[in-house]
Unconditional design. Structure first.
Length: 305
């Protein structure tokens, strides 16, 4: 257990911040490094790459290959031509092509970046989501401010007036953080390899196809869970779930396990398992069945799970 806790700390306070920075840098630089090669009328400088060296696949600019290129820069105002080294926005496929530039800023060559704004727009929601993931992982490592209460094993009727007075529908809603990571990995793969995919680079083509497959699979999994995921409707007349319905007279026993699975035992036939549900959904089921149930109901002790 001590080794697991140490690994948890390393993951929470080292891996997640570094990975968050690299992913954020990848998203921002993917759009920031898009340059203007068609309309050079408003550019003050013209940049032409002559040779490129590849670095990566992990750098301070994020994931993916970064190219350091030698380039000639022509000042359109006075005609001066200089040779310099540019990093990031030039690529081998741009060798010999004219790129719009804005001159030098503190010694660094600056191109015209028409899509840099999109990088900032996407970086904000990414930062919010990543901060949420970081808090969700690191929160358990913070010192406890109060002792947790043991939840009751048996149903207790609430004192408030929020008891259900009609049918209660509960859909399974377990938050799966790993799905977010897989989806994010697919998006990063699309960003990194999309520029060189389907251009004779078999590795980049395979990577971008795999990345799109991850994105599609995660979206399909979420959609499937919304459409066909576990559902239970609890009413004074009985229980209803996808494709079946039983009245309370037809039900012998209902049990909610410590893993948040609802088990319905009919008086005739085999038991039905529905779930897993999330903690919030299991609580709603617990309260609703305690209010409406006319059959034997039990909930396993979740404090020992």
């Amino acid at each position: 257990m001590k080794a697991v806790r140490i690994l948890h700390r390393i993951f929470a306070f080292l891996v997640i911040p570094v990975l968050g920075y690299l992913l954020g840098a990848t998203i921002f630089n993917y759009f920031s490094d898009k340059v203007e090669t068609e309309d050079l009328s408003e550019a003050s400088h013209v940049i032409v790459a002559t040779s490129c060296d590849r670095h990566g696949p992990v750098t301070l600019r994020g994931f993916g290959w970064v190219y350091e290129c030698r380039a000639t820069v022509t000042n359109k105002v006075n005609g001066n031509v200089v040779t310099t080294t540019a990093r990031g926005f030039l690529r081998p496929e741009l060798i010999g092509r004219q790129v719009a530039g804005e001159g030098f800023n503190r010694g660094d060559l600056q191109p015209v970046r028409p899509y840099a704004g999109w990088g900032m727009v996407l970086l904000l929601p990414f930062g919010i989501l990543w901060f949420y993931v970081y808090i969700a992982v690191a929160w358990r490592l913070l010192p406890e401010r109060r002792k947790s209460r043991r939840k009751p094993m048996r149903y207790q009727r609430p004192d408030s007036s929020t008891e259900p007075d009609r049918a209660v529908r509960v859909f399974a809603g377990r938050r799966r953080v790993w799905l977010f990571f897989v989806f994010l990995l697919g998006c990063v793969g699309v960003f990194v390899y999309n520029s060189s995919a389907f251009q004779g680079d078999a590795v980049a083509t395979g990577a971008v196809v795999g990345a799109w497959a991850l994105v599609v699979l995660v979206i399909a999994a979420v959609a499937w869970r919304l459409v066909r995921g576990p559902m239970i409707a609890i009413s004074p007349d009985g229980l209803e779930w996808r494709g079946a319905q039983l009245s309370w007279a037809e039900i012998q026993e209902v049990r909610l396990t410590r893993r948040q699975v609802l088990i319905i035992q009919p008086r005739n036939g085999d038991a039905v398992r529905i779930g897993r549900f999330g903690t919030e959904q299991a609580t709603r089921i617990h309260v609703a069945i305690g209010q409406f149930s006319q059959a034997t109901y039990a909930r396993e002790d979740i404090s020992s799970a």
